[in-house]
Design a protein around this ligand. Structure first.
Ligand code: UT7
Length: 318
């Protein structure tokens, strides 16, 4: 069976790390509140010259190195972001140019924090159908640029970064086994940006009703995790690692509990990276591959939930 196999992973973070204590000097908050409610201890914030596409290109280069694949072999780039460098062209084409790839398919997908799952699913379909052979799937964000730094309920939660996977179409048992995606547009008003090119003509700022998002997240994630396991013909007991979207440590705990998965099987980076939206899943995946937790042959579940609402999951044999 032709499957999309993960050949390598890479990630990139901005140079500047900001702790809760440092943030509390300019925002009316405390380290205790942030840690207790979210598990976040620090985040990385993009500085001058660091953009979604530049972080994405750095992550992509590291993923190519890790995979032992040259940029010229890539015939598909799918980049998930809600914070592109420009309204157009796509950040995927900027990554293509930065990597020196003269011709390939390149486009962005936009499903906010679920963006990487959407990108992975689209790339998987294209690889399995034969319309591409080697793909870069990237999640990259600079949410710091759409945060209202006067809104303590949101600005302490997010960070910037990028993660990338190199996928190759191969025959065999390894690779992506199942993906499942959802969206429910009735909840636009619970997590959104209050601007855009066609409405205000401005970029806008992120707005969130955190408590309501939290409630939906736990229910939706448990549902889609069960669906993707069933689709792949697997049980929760067979899972080696869950790599979740890193929004809040309490959501990660609650979701693992609902599935009956021990907390040790859940990869957690929210403490260090905060919520990096579409970048969080591939960033966390890369961390766990590079520190030796995720090994070849392991069964890994990826999952995310975000604005829209959108939510999704993927099962893969690494
Ligand atoms: O990535 C997309 C998915 N996003 C999520 O999954 C986010 C989901 N939501 C959450 O993670 C949580 O709802 C939050 C972390 C955003 C908030 O936690 P909460 O326990 O739901 O707190 P809350 O919003 O109900 O606020 C509780 C209190 C309020 O004060 P009062 O009204 O009780 O006096 C807030 O004003 O905490 C106050 N507060 C803060 N205090 C100190 C809100 N933000 C802060 C802050 N520092 N940064």
């Amino acid at each position: 069976m032709r499957r999309s196999v993960v050949l390598g992973a890479g990630s990139a973070l901005p140079a500047r790390r900001v702790t809760n204590e440092e943030l509390a000097q300019s925002v009316d908050t405390t380290d205790e509140w942030i840690v207790e409610r979210t598990g976040i201890r620090s985040r990385y914030l993009a500085g001058e010259g660091e953009t979604t596409a530049s972080l994405a290109a750095d992550a992509a280069r590291r993923a190519l190195d890790h995979a032992g694949v040259s940029a010229s072999e890539i015939d598909l780039i799918v980049l998930a972001t809600a914070t592109p460098d420009q309204t157009f062209p796509s950040s995927a084409t900027k990554v293509q140019a930065a990597l020196g790839i003269p011709d390939c398919i390149a486009f962005d997908v936009h499903a906010v924090c679920t963006g990487f799952l959407y990108a992975l699913s689209v790339a998987d379909s294209m690889l399995r159908s034969g319309s591409a052979h080697k793909a870069l799937v990237i999640g990259a964000e600079t949410f710091s640029r759409i945060l209202d730094w006067d809104d303590r309920a949101t600005c302490v939660l997010f960070g910037d970064g990028a993660g990338a996977l190199v996928l190759g179409a191969e025959e065999g048992e390894r690779g992506i086994l199942a993906t499942k995606l959802h969206a429910d547009g009735r909840h636009n008003d619970l997590l959104f940006v209050d601007g855009g090119p066609s409405t205000t003509g401005t970029v806008g700022k992120l707005r969130m009703k955190g408590r309501e998002v939290f409630r939906h997240a736990v229910v939706n994630l448990a549902q889609v995790l069960n669906e993707v396991l069933e689709q792949a013909g697997l049980t929760a007991a067979e899972v080696d690692w869950v790599v979740p979207h890193q929004a809040n440590a309490r959501i990660l705990d609650a979701t693992a509990r609902k599935l009956g998965l021990p907390a040790e099987k859940v990869v957690v980076t929210v403490d260090e990276h905060a919520n990096t939206s579409a970048a969080s899943v591939p960033l966390a995946f890369d961390v766990a591959v590079k520190d030796g937790r995720i090994k070849r042959g392991d069964l890994v579940i990826l999952e995310a939930m975000g604005g829209g609402f959108t939510w999704g999951a993927a099962a893969l044999r690494y």
